[in-house]
Design a protein around this ligand. Structure first.
Ligand SMILES: Cc1ncc(COP(=O)(O)O)c(C=O)c1O
Length: 304
């Protein structure tokens, strides 16, 4: 699962990189999604809930994994979607997986943080387990903490005695908080923000760490990797992704993993990481979301 990757910019910086290739754990329930969903699915089973209800956008990796898990494990799923009805590859899959969809508009979706948001939905779907956007919860973060053990197990096969930093993309901050818990201060965790810095990731990470009884504000740092906004693409990012894929054979998507590794490249070029360092980065999946962006990536990279 932990794999060393080689490419020109890493070599020039004298830094080694290993990817925790979570995108390969399952063709559908892949990346960090499995780790975040597993405790929710276990809770639904414990409560004998008739289904699970959650939220996301028209390209949501979280809803995609939840819908796939629903079909696989025989759990009914409901997806509340941001905005107005769109036909995307993700939405087509959600329907094919049997997820019941409701489009909330933009204002309706913004209401998701209000205390009574779930009341009408739970009246409509009695007994369903509500799961926050991105699967965010303390049990989800704790589940992601186990990834650190997976990294440790993979080090020997690489011949690495240790690593100096752990990098991961952050959307809600759940996975990052889990890794900080799992590391317990042994290695600094760098969270590259896929969303602008004012989107509350720092507050979520701090809240989850406090709930877990971990020391707040320590063991991690956040870097804005959003490049102007969530899902904002540009030519530099597009060329970086396509070059990285060609050189390493590892597929990326532009919202999380592409921006994560581009932020790492920028840190190396800025001399922020010492030569001889060994870095682990989490490949958190999300490749299903790339389908709708493939043509745009090629166009931005000047390939047609
Ligand atoms: C592919 C991918 N990577 C990383 C993340 C970020 O995870 P988290 O929300 O736990 O910060 C997400 C979505 O949430 C994602 O879909």
């Amino acid at each position: 699962m932990l794999q060393a990757v080689r490419c020109g910019w890493l070599q020039r910086a004298g830094v080694e990189l290993a990817l925790l290739r979570l995108e390969r754990i399952d063709p559908l329930i892949s990346g960090n999604k499995w780790y975040k969903l597993a405790p929710h699915l276990a809770e639904a089973r414990r409560l004998a809930a008739p289904g699970v209800i959650s939220l996301g956008g028209a390209h949501s990796n979280h809803l995609h994994a939840l819908a796939a898990a629903g079909t696989r494990f025989g759990v009914a799923t409901v997806g509340l979607l941001r905005g107005h009805e769109l036909d995307t590859p993700t939405v087509r899959d959600l329907r094919a997986f049997g997820m019941q969809l409701h489009w909330l508009g933009y204002a309706g979706y913004r209401a998701r943080h209000q205390a009574d948001f779930w009341t009408p939905w739970l009246a409509r779907y009695p007994g369903y387990l509500p799961v926050a956007e991105g699967g965010m919860s303390l049990p989800a973060a704790r589940s992601c903490a186990n990834l650190v053990g997976m990294i440790e197990e993979g080090l020997a096969a690489l011949g690495w005695p240790d690593y100096q930093q752990l990098w991961v993309a952050a959307g809600s901050g759940t996975t990052l908080a889990g890794l900080v818990m799992g590391e317990g201060g042994r290695h600094p965790v760098v969270g590259t923000l896929a969303v602008p810095a004012d989107h509350g990731v720092a507050a979520t990470v701090e809240r989850l760490l406090a709930e877990a009884g971990a020391s707040p504000g320590s063991g991690y740092q956040l870097r804005d990797a959003s490049r102007g906004g969530f899902a904002r693409l540009d030519a530099t990012l597009a060329r970086f992704i396509l070059d990285f894929e060609r050189e390493t054979g590892v597929p990326l998507e532009p919202l999380y993993t592409g921006k994560l590794l581009l932020a790492l490249q920028e840190a190396l070029q800025g001399g922020e990481i010492a030569r001889g360092s060994r870095i682990v980065a989490v490949h958190s999946g999300g490749l299903q979301g790339r389908r709708a962006l493939d043509a745009r990536l090629r166009e931005l990279a000047g390939l047609f």
